[in-house]
Design a protein around this ligand. Structure first.
Ligand SMILES: C[S@@+](CC[C@H](N)C(=O)[O-])C[C@H]1O[C@@H](n2cnc3c(N)ncnc32)[C@H](O)[C@@H]1O
Length: 487
C-alpha cells in the first residue's frame, strides 16, 4: 500500500509555526511509542498521525523517515495492522534488495585498488555514478565515461557526482564557494579541530582539502550522509552511510563506533557538528537525532553534570526559527545568508531571484562570530553581534529584529507608511506572492499582536477618550509597520 504522506501535505504542515487549526501530518515522537517501529530500506520508520483542523485522527501509520515522496519509498503500515509471516518475510527480502550492492569494506578495498591505477586507467562512469576498475569497463561500454580521473578530482567528489536534487529525498543543494569558505574560516577562527558533517558533503571535502594543503588548519572531518555514492571516495573513518531522520547507521555497529570515537576523541574537546538537512524534512525527528548525537558526545565527557554543550551549526531556512528554538532553546539565528551553487533562487545578495532564506542556527554565542563586513554585515554594539546592514536596531525591541534583509522590510515599510490604501492592497499581494513563507509564519503572530494592541486601545479609550482623536493616522501606520517588521 502506498503511503499517503504526500496527499496529506506533510511538508506544508511542517512549514507552519503555529499548528493550531492546521491540517496535515505530524510525526509522533519516539518517547510516545510502546513498540519498535517496523523497518523500511532506510531503517526504522516513523509513526505519523493525520491532523484535520487541529484535531488528530485516531488511526496512526508508519512511513519512511527519509523519503517524503512515495515514489522513492512506498512503505506504509497502519500502526494497528498485523502482518502475516509471509508479508514480513517479503518485506525483509525487499529491504535487503534495496541495500547498496557493496559493503562499506568492499568500497574501501575498491578505492584502494583504484588509486593505485595509473592515471590513464582511472575512469568514472557518469551514467552509473561509479569509479570503474579495468575489469568492469566492458559492462559500461556505451556509457558516458570520464577518463584520467586525477587525485584532485577524487578529493572533490561533489564535483564528479551529479547532485541528487529531488526535493523530497536528498535535496542535495551544495554550498557555493563563498559559504563554504566562510564556514571553514569560521571553524578555524573558533579553534575547532574536528567537524562532524551531517549531510554536508561539500563542506566535508573542502575541510579535508584544506587540511591536506595547509598545516595551520588541520581540522579532521567525518561525513554522515544518506548518499551512498560518497562511500566510493572515503575510508571507513571519514564517511558513514547514515539516515539523519532516524539516526540509522546502514553499516550497523561498526559505523556507529566510528561516529562515537570521532565525537569522543580528546574527551569531546574541539569538535563541532555542522548539519544542513533537506529543507522539506521535519524538524522533530531531526531534533531527536541531534539529541542522540549530543548524548553520544556527552558520554565521553569526564563529568556527567558538565554543563557544556556540543557546539552545533544547524543550517536551515529562517522561518523554522521558532521550531528549532523550541527543541534547542540555547540556539540563536545568525544573519549570515547561506547560498548554494545549484539553487537558482537561494542566492546571496542580489544575484538570485530571491535572497536566500537559509541561515545558521547555533549554540555558539553570536558575539564570537564575525560576519564578513565586505559582504555588508556590520557589528551592532547594542546587540553585541554581527547583523546584516539593512537590519536596523529597533529601539522598541532593543534588538536587530529583521529576519530577511531589506526587501521585506522595505516592502512592508512602504506598505504601511507611504502609499495610499489601494496601492497598499496591491503591495500586500506582491509581498504575499514573493514571500509566502514570511506571510504564513507571521500571520498568527501579527493577529496576536493586533488583538493585544486592540485590547490596549480599548483600555486607553475608556480612560482617555479625549486623547484618542489626537493619535494621528501617520502614527498608527508607523505602529503597524513596526509590528510587521518586528513580528
Ligand atoms: C541541502 S543538502 C546539504 C549539502 C551541503 N550544503 C553541502 O554543500 O555540503 C542535504 C544533504 O543531506 C543529505 N541527506 C538527505 N537526506 C538525508 C538523510 N535522511 N540522512 C542523511 N543525509 C541526508 C543529502 O544527500 C545532502 O548531501
Amino acid at each position: 500500500m502506498a503511503a499517503p504522506r504526500e496527499q496529506l501535505g506533510i511538508v506544508e504542515a511542517e512549514g507552519k509555526s503555529d499548528r493550531q487549526g492546521s491540517s496535515g501530518v505530524e510525526v509522533v515522537l519516539p518517547s510516545d511509542l510502546s513498540t519498535p517501529a517496523p523497518m523500511c530500506p532506510h531503517g526504522p520508520t516513523l509513526l505519523f498521525v493525520k491532523v484535520n483542523q487541529g484535531k488528530e485522527e485516531t488511526r496512526r501509520f508508519y512511513a519512511c523517515s527519509a523519503c517524503r515522496d512515495r515514489k522513492d519509498c512506498n512503505f506504509f503500515q497502519w500502526e494497528d495492522e498485523k502482518l502475516s509471516e509471509a508479508r514480513l518475510a517479503a518485506r525483509e527480502a525487499h529491504n535487503r534488495r534495496c541495500q547498496p550492492p557493496l559493503s562499506r569494506i568492499q568500497c574501501v578495498e575498491r578505492y584502494l585498488r583504484f588509486i593505485e591505477l595509473p592515471l590513464s586507467q582511472r575512469t568514472f562512469c557518469q551514467r552509473c555514478q561509479q569509479l570503474l576498475l579495468p575489469a568492469e569497463w566492458e559492462d559500461h561500454r556505451g556509457h558516458q565515461v570520464v577518463g584520467d580521473v586525477s587525485v584532485t578530482q577524487l578529493r572533490r567528489p561533489s564535483q564528479l557526482l551529479y547532485p541528487l536534487e529531488n526535493k523530497k529525498t536528498n535535496a542535495q543543494y551544495l554550498f557555493a564557494d563563498r559559504t563554504c569558505q566562510f564556514l571553514i574560516d569560521l571553524l578555524c577562527a573558533l579553534g575547532f579541530r574536528r567537524a562532524l558533517c551531517v549531510g554536508t558533503p561539500r563542506l566535508h571535502e573542502l575541510i579535508r582539502l584544506k587540511a591536506s594543503g595547509d598545516m595551520k588548519s588541520n581540522i579532521k572531518s567525518l561525513l554522515l550522509d544518506i548518499d551512498f555514492r560518497y562511500s566510493q571516495f572515503y575510508m571507513e573513518d571519514s564517511f558513514c552511510h547514515y539516515n539523519m531522520f532516524n539516526h540509522h547507521f546502514f553499516d550497523g555497529k561498526a559505523a556507529l563506533e566510528v561516529c562515537r570515537t570521532f565525537l569522543q576523541e580528546d574527551k569531546g574537546e574541539g569538535v563541532i557538528m555542522v548539519t544542513d538537512p533537506p529543507f522539506g524534512g521535519l524538524v522533530e525527528p531531526l531534533a531527536v537525532t541531534f539529541k542522540k548525537l549530543i548524548a553520544m558526545w556527552k558520554e565521553g565527557q569526564s563529568q556527567d553534570n558538565n554543563p557544556k554543550e556540543l557546539p552545533i551549526f544547524w543550517i536551515f531556512p529562517y522561518f523554522f526559527e521558532s521550531r528549532i528554538c523550541q527543541f534547542f532553546p540555547s540556539f540563536c539565528m545568525l544573519d549570515y545568508q547561506v547560498d548554494y551553487d545549484n539553487h537558482a533562487l537561494y542566492k546571496h545578495g542580489k544575484t538570485g531571484r530571491k535572497q536566500s532564506p537559509v541561515r545558521i542556527f547555533t549554540n555558539i554565542p553570536p558575539s564570537k562570530i564575525i560576519l564578513p563586513v565586505e559582504e555588508g554585515y556590520r557589528f551592532c554594539p547594542l546587540c553585541q553581534r554581527y547583523v546584516s546592514l539593512e537590519n536596523e536596531h529597533c529601539e522598541h525591541c532593543n534588538s536587530c529584529t529583521s529576519k530577511h534583509g531589506s526587501t521585506v522590510a522595505f516592502a512592508t515599510t512602504v506598505l504601511f507608511q507611504i502609499i495610499p490604501a489601494k496601492a497598499q492592497r496591491m503591495a500586500a499581494l506582491f509581498v504575499k506572492k514573493m514571500f509566502p513563507e514570511y506571510i504564513a509564519i507571521h500571520k498568527t503572530a501579527r493577529k496576536q499582536k493586533q488583538r493585544k494592541s486592540n485590547k490596549m486601545k480599548m483600555e486607553t479609550t475608556k480612560g482617555q477618550s479625549m486623547n484618542h482623536t489626537s493619535v494621528t493616522r501617520k502614527k498608527k501606520r508607523r505602529e503597524r509597520a513596526h509590528q510587521y517588521l518586528c513580528s
